[in-house]
Design a protein around this ligand. Structure first.
Ligand SMILES: [Fe+2]
Length: 235
C-alpha cells in the first residue's frame, strides 16, 4: 500500500520514527533491494547499505547534495527510490530538501522543446559539478578511484508516464555534436527547476522521506551547521 502511494505521489514522508538501523534497513526492503553506493563507504561493516549524508559545522564550501540532481545517474541503472532518515537536523526550515517533479516539467515542456529532446541522450559523470559538495566526506570515506560515466535518454517513461531524466549535478555532455551544449543545458535546467514544479520538505529529527529517484530532482538547501541523514537507495 505504501509503495502504491509512493509511486502515485513521488514523495512520502513519516515523522517521529524511532527506528534502529536494523529496523530502518528492514523497512527499506518494502520498496525493493538496497542499492550499492559506489562513492562512499557505508555506515559500518554491518550496514554497508546505509550512507551517511552529513554536513558538519566545520565544513567549508557547499552542503552535501546542494545542487539539483538525481542520485547515482552516472551508473547504468540508477536507483529507483531514495530514502533519508534524519539523525541530526538544524532548526526547522533550515537544511530542507527541495524536490522538483520531472513529470510536471515534461508535461509543461513546449512541443518544440519536447521534439528537440526526444532522441537526445545525456552523459552523466561521478565527477560532475555536484562532486564538489562531497569533498569533505570523500576525504573521510571515499572509495572511488576512477570516474564513473553512464549515458541515459533525457526523456524516459516511468510507470507509463513520460518524465525528463536529466541530473544537473552530473550532466557533462549530450550525444548530438551539432547541439550547443551550454545553451541547451541552461535552458533545460531552467525549465526543470521552475518553482511551480517544486516542493520544499522541512525536516525534524527521526523523520523518514522516500522519493522516486527517476522522476524527481532533489537538492539540499544552503545552511551552516550540523545535519546528519542516513540514506538508503533502492534498486
Ligand atoms: Fe541526493
Amino acid at each position: 500500500m505504501i509503495k502504491k502511494y509512493l509511486i502515485k505521489y513521488g514523495l512520502i514522508y513519516f515523522r517521529k520514527q524511532k527506528l534502529t538501523s536494523k529496523e530502518y534497513l528492514s523497512f527499506s526492503k518494502i520498496f525493493g533491494a538496497p542499492a550499492f553506493y559506489p562513492r562512499l563507504k557505508g555506515l559500518s561493516k554491518k550496514y554497508p547499505q546505509i550512507t551517511v549524508v552529513q554536513r558538519k559545522f566545520t565544513d567549508k564550501g557547499p552542503n552535501f547534495g546542494e545542487q539539483f540532481h538525481t542520485d547515482s545517474s552516472y551508473t547504468k541503472k540508477p536507483p529507483r527510490f531514495t530514502m533519508l532518515f534524519s539523525k541530526i537536523v538544524p532548526r526547522k526550515g533550515l537544511g530542507n530538501t527541495e524536490f522538483s517533479s520531472q513529470y510536471l516539467a515534461y508535461k509543461h515542456l513546449p512541443l518544440k522543446f519536447k521534439n528537440k529532446l526526444k532522441s537526445l541522450k545525456g552523459t552523466f559523470s561521478s565527477n560532475g559539478p555536484i562532486a564538489k559538495t562531497t569533498i569533505e566526506r570523500t576525504k573521510e570515506k571515499g572509495t572511488l578511484k576512477t570516474e564513473l560515466i553512464a549515458k541515459h535518454n533525457i526523456i524516459r517513461s516511468i510507470n507509463g508516464k513520460k518524465t525528463i531524466y536529466c541530473s544537473p549535478g552530473h550532466l557533462i555532455a549530450f550525444n548530438k555534436s551539432m547541439i550547443n551544449f551550454e545553451n541547451l543545458k541552461n535552458s533545460l535546467f531552467k525549465h526543470q527547476t521552475k518553482k511551480k514544479f517544486q516542493y520544499s520538505l522541512e525536516w525534524e529529527k527521526d523523520q523518514i522521506a522516500i522519493w522516486d529517484n527517476r522522476s524527481m530532482l532533489h537538492q539540499a538547501t544552503t545552511f551552516n551547521g550540523n545535519r546528519k541523514m542516513h540514506r538508503i537507495t533502492i534498486s
